[in-house]
Design a protein. Structure first.
Length: 319
């Protein structure tokens, strides 16, 4: 449900353009602009896809945290301070890539973290991913509750649903895990193949976070969509997953050509798209596909900075 109200597009130097379209505002230098009680915030963090989410019941979700080396972790910490966040209820570590989660121990040490979601990897991968397993071991030694990410695992409240659409359980994904186990030189593509695609419904506003998922994970989502697996059961508080015409898509891998297939984009047909851009610009072919399927606006973090989606109880929303 979308309300036709006035929106403002605010860019870094204070230029304001007023549009009448669906209650949306994109924030550039937003340290002086309001952030409401419920929001999805896509950080400008050197191309690392990091999301901060505040739910209607006040709980906070952090999706990935970046790392120290490229400054992405510092960008996150600045935002946590800005938003006065000292407790993270759900910390989702999408996959064992240190670029995305190398700063996890800093987050666990400096903030109150209640629950952590991690990849369910075979122990035989320890020699290939020693740094990742060292972090996992320290998480297990703490008092933090651990969940393993797999499709259709969810948590929900009265006004929201957060659900993992992928990956399938590790015992189902034999090929991807066997490829990872078989190679000594792990490629990013192999690790990305077990990244989740996350679905959120907050007050009826629907968001898809593609994290670092590849086309193979998009294919899983499409197959389940076509066979109506996502429609066969109710989740928390009677909510169902509705993928068609979502309100916001945070694109995978900064617009890499490893993902964002036309079929996937055409099903989601997102109203707006956020692309986290680092040193490598989005692939031209991907941008063309997104432009074709995006209903309203594409927001690139290298051009506008952090992008915030404020969500109100009456289902109006702003960027």
């Amino acid at each position: 449900m979308k309300k036709a109200v006035i929106c403002a597009l605010t860019i870094l130097y204070g230029i304001v353009v007023i549009l009448s379209f669906g209650c949306k505002t994109v924030y550039g230098d937003d340290r002086k602009l309001p952030i409401e009680d419920v929001y999805v915030r896509c950080l400008d963090s050197f191309g690392v896809e990091i999301n901060l989410i505040k739910l209607p019941d006040g709980k906070v979700i952090l999706v990935d945290c970046g790392n120290i080396e490229d400054g992405s972790l510092n960008a996150l910490i600045l935002q946590l301070e800005l938003l006065n966040i000292d407790t993270i209820d759900y910390f989702i570590i999408t996959h064992p890539d240190l670029t995305q989660m190398g700063g996890a121990l800093r987050i666990l040490n400096d903030y109150t973290v209640k629950e952590v979601f991690i990849s369910d990897l075979y122990k035989s991968l320890r020699t290939a991913l020693p740094e990742y397993f060292d972090i996992v071991d320290k998480i297990k030694d703490s008092a933090v509750k651990i969940h393993y990410i797999c499709s259709e695992k969810f948590f929900a409240g009265q006004d929201y649903l957060v659900c993992f659409l992928t990956p399938l359980h590790k015992d189902v994904m034999h090929s991807s895990y066997n490829d990872i186990i078989a190679t000594r030189n792990l490629s990013d593509k192999l690790l990305d193949s077990i990244s989740p695609i996350i679905y959120l419904d907050i007050y009826g506003v629907r968001i898809v976070l593609a994290t670092h998922a590849t086309a193979s994970q998009e294919k899983v989502v499409l197959e389940n969509y076509k066979t109506k697996i996502y429609y066969n059961g109710y989740y928390g508080h009677g909510k169902k997953i509705k993928l068609a015409d979502v309100d916001l898509l945070h694109l995978s891998q900064g617009g890499s050509d490893n993902a964002s297939t036309n079929e996937f984009l055409s099903i989601l047909h997102p109203d707006s798209v956020v692309i986290s851009v680092g040193q490598t610009p989005p692939a031209t072919a991907v941008l063309k596909r997104v432009e074709l399927q995006c209903n309203y606006k594409i927001y690139r973090t290298d051009m506008v900075g952090n992008v915030t989606m404020n969500i109100s109880e009456d289902v109006s929303y702003v960027y």
